[in-house]
Write a protein that binds this ligand. Structure first.
Ligand code: FAD
Ligand code: FES
Length: 370
């Protein structure tokens, strides 16, 4: 769960403030939050955001019993088991809370924002279709989710001091989907640096300060080209064919219009009546819960101001620039953003302030990733 709100002092001893109100003093901090939550490290500018889709299926016992590879399937994991123009397919067996096996399939990975976020349910469908085409022993889908990882412009993870001259502040990021294996190596490098042993040969290779020195400008510009595209392009797209928030169906979200009304102030008019709406509509992110109630949020990502897009597969607001994700009601579910989206009253259009820190579970409904 996202909790660190900010790191107050730039030099040790640092004070970490959490969203739950606690403070922690420490001489050393390792930023291992995916992309660092501190913007001044600059790493967001030289990383690509990679998204993968996972589906967990029950096992079709009848089919697996028929397979001569049953033991091999149940005891191993398979990376890029299938790879062609339809996508790649990786799988492993996991266990549910009762110890029953599930087949976890990952497929249809892409860079964040490409394909457009409005089409994410199609990515899940493509992943399911591919899995069912090549894996005969899949039962019902029990869970589905998407995950993000990051790739440095030069492909090498960033591990070590965050900036030139910084003391006590370290980073480990951009593992390019190999962080489970690389995490142990990163821990070794970081432990040596924290203990003052600067002679670890890997420290130079992974030096997290190299982005301002040796990573080619071309790589960084390429990695960030999509940021400019989304920063401007998404704002232009939002001006066209935008429905009124009232048109949203239950369980659906998207970019919508709300019209700003002024609540009536006259004592002789009932308090809950509203004035005529302003002519200019406000463009917001709308979501209608299964019980019919509405959320309206500001589309401006609280990280660096790109506009978030609706992810119809996971029911979340995702930022195409550096991968921050927010629940339908605006709460942070994935950094680098640490602040929630601003909420509006869905009927009056009046600004209500930031969404709460933790995702709400509204009336039995799953909010965020399903
Ligand atoms: C489908 C798929 C398959 C993969 N397969 C492999 C594999 O076979 N082998 C392999 O080595 N790697 C694999 N990986 C990659 C691996 O999972 C990632 O590289 C690794 O998890 C990245 O680790 P991380 O610590 O950088 O980020 P994460 O694992 O994302 O951890 C970041 C943590 O920081 C927390 N956080 C964020 N913001 C805050 C905040 N403000 N306050 C407090 N906490 C915060 C988050 O909650 C999270 O727990 C795979 C990845 C995917 C998506
Ligand atoms: S994640 Fe950086 S602007 Fe949204």
């Amino acid at each position: 769960m996202i909790d660190v709100d900010q790191i107050v002092r730039p030099h040790p001893p640092f004070t970490i403030k959490t969203q739950s109100g606690a403070s922690i003093e420490t001489n050393n901090i390792v930023l291992a939050t995916g992309l660092p939550i501190l913007d001044r490290t600059g790493h967001f500018a030289c990383c690509k955001v990679l998204v993968s889709y996972c589906l967990a299926f029950d096992i079709n016992q009848h089919e697996i019993e028929r397979s001569k590879d049953k033991k091999k399937i149940l005891e191993n994991m398979f990376i890029n088991l299938h790879e062609d123009s339809e996508g790649t397919l990786s799988l492993r067996i996991a266990k549910d809370a009762n110890g029953d096996p599930l087949v976890v399939v990952a497929s249809q990975g892409h860079e964040q924002g490409d394909p457009p976020l409005g089409c994410i349910s199609k990515q899940y469908q493509a992943a399911e279709d591919l899995a069912r085409k090549y894996i005969p022993y899949l039962g019902n889908i029990r869970y589905k989710w998407s995950a993000e990882d990051f790739k440095a412009a030069d492909g090498i993870p960033y591990i070590g001091h965050v900036l030139r001259g910084s003391q006590g502040l370290y980073v480990a990021t951009a593992f390019h989907k190999w962080g489970l294996a690389m995490g142990a190596g990163a821990a070794g490098v970081l432990a040596d640096l924290i203990e003052g042993r600067e002679d670890n040969p890997l420290a130079k290779t992974f030096d997290a300060r190299r982005w301002d020195l040796s990573a080619s400008l071309v790589d960084i510009v390429k990695a960030q080209a999509h940021v400019g595209k989304h920063f401007i392009g998404d704002r232009i797209k939002e001006q066209f064919n935008v429905p009124d928030i009232e048109e949203l169906k239950p369980g659906c979200g998207g970019v919508c219009h709300i019209f700003k009304h002024q609540p009536a102030t006259s004592p002789i008019i009932p308090e809950d009546s509203l004035s005529e709406p302003d002519k200019a509509p406000r463009v917001v992110g709308g979501y209608r819960c299964n019980d019919g109630s509405l959320y309206a949020v500001d589309l401006t990502c609280t990280h660096l101001g790109c506009h978030v897009n609706w992810n119809d597969g996971d029911r979340s607001w995702d930022c195409p620039c550096h991968g921050s994700r927010f629940a339908p009601g605006g709460e942070v579910i994935h950094g680098p953003a640490t602040k929630p989206l601003t909420r509006y009253h869905p009927e009056t259009g009046i600004e209500l302030g930031p969404a709460p820190s933790s995702p709400e579970r509204v009336k039995g409904e799953s909010i965020g990733s399903l």
